[in-house]
Design a protein around this ligand. Structure first.
Ligand code: MLT
Length: 265
């Protein structure tokens, strides 16, 4: 589905009925990363909305510099368009950074939070430099530069050997994305705001999920983040690196469904 929200065309999937749960994808992916969660939540009696950030999936390619704030505004405008005043908000990695921005803008709209393999800190100068190097490689080689940089961090060696279809799927998602959109997203992440001070202000139930072998957002960083959030639950996903929702969907969905079903108890 597509909607024109504040002048930007945003693609999204909207499935199931019940409490709305909005899930924000990571970099350099799109809504397809939530396929297993969409099925499980729909069957579990929830409504699942999975937007594509500007320039990714079916959403409009940015024509000007953008920030994570723009992505956040797009998703908030999509919720208005869908007439959803309140929802559960979930974000994976870059989607988590965007969720922090949405929480800053509209804290009363979210009744619970899911933070998967993400972190509150802004980029260090070294991390910013790496993003600029990736942007240069994207100009030179196209979107495959993002596959080369990210896929080895997303999956464990074991998964890459035993489940080659998953890697093929990731190549297909990433390499069908306009490289310019990935440049925009890299720059947006490089200059994102630090969200550390926000953590102690989060009062809604929050599920924090991390892959046991995640090197991008390691267990210690995620645990420290969970400890600063008032009502948090911390779940480690076995046999998974960074991309927990796709690498171990069974364990991820179990944690997610248990959390959602426990809301309001
Ligand atoms: C992601 O998975 O969205 C990225 O790893 C986030 C990042 O590069 O900081």
């Amino acid at each position: 589905m597509k909607a024109s929200v504040h002048g930007v065309t945003i693609a999204y999937e909207d499935e199931g009925q019940g409490l709305p749960v909005i899930l924000l994808h990571g970099f350099p992916l799109d809504h397809h990363m939530w396929k297993h969660q969409t099925t499980a939540l729909k069957e579990g009696g929830f409504r699942v909305i999975t937007p594509d950030m500007r320039g990714m999936g079916g959403s409009e390619v940015p024509t000007d510099t953008i920030s994570l704030e723009n992505y956040a505004d797009d998703v908030l405008a999509l919720l208005d368009h869908l007439d959803i005043p309140k929802a559960v908000l979930g974000g994976f990695s870059m989607g988590g950074y965007i969720a922090f921005s949405m929480l800053r803008k509209a804290p009363d709209r979210f009744t619970a939070l899911v933070l998967a393999d993400t972190k509150p800190e802004a980029d260090s100068p070294e991390a910013q430099k790496n993003r600029m190097n990736l942007a240069a490689a994207l100009f030179e080689k196209g979107s495959i530069a993002a596959s080369d940089a990210m896929i080895p961090k997303m999956l464990t060696e074991k998964t890459r050997n035993e489940n080659p279809h998953l890697e093929v799927k990731l190549h297909s998602i990433i390499e069908s994305t306009n490289p310019l959109s990935l440049v925009h997203a890299s720059i947006a992440m490089a200059f994102r705001q630090d969200a550390t001070a926000l953590l102690t202000q989060i009062t809604v139930p929050t599920l924090v999920i991390v892959g046991e072998e995640d090197q991008v957002t390691p267990i210690e960083v995620m645990k420290q983040m969970a400890d600063q959030i008032y009502q948090s639950q911390f779940v480690k996903i076995p046999e998974s690196a960074h991309l927990t929702p796709m690498e171990n969907p069974e364990a991820f969905n179990k944690a997610l469904l248990e959390f959602l079903q426990g809301l309001g108890d």
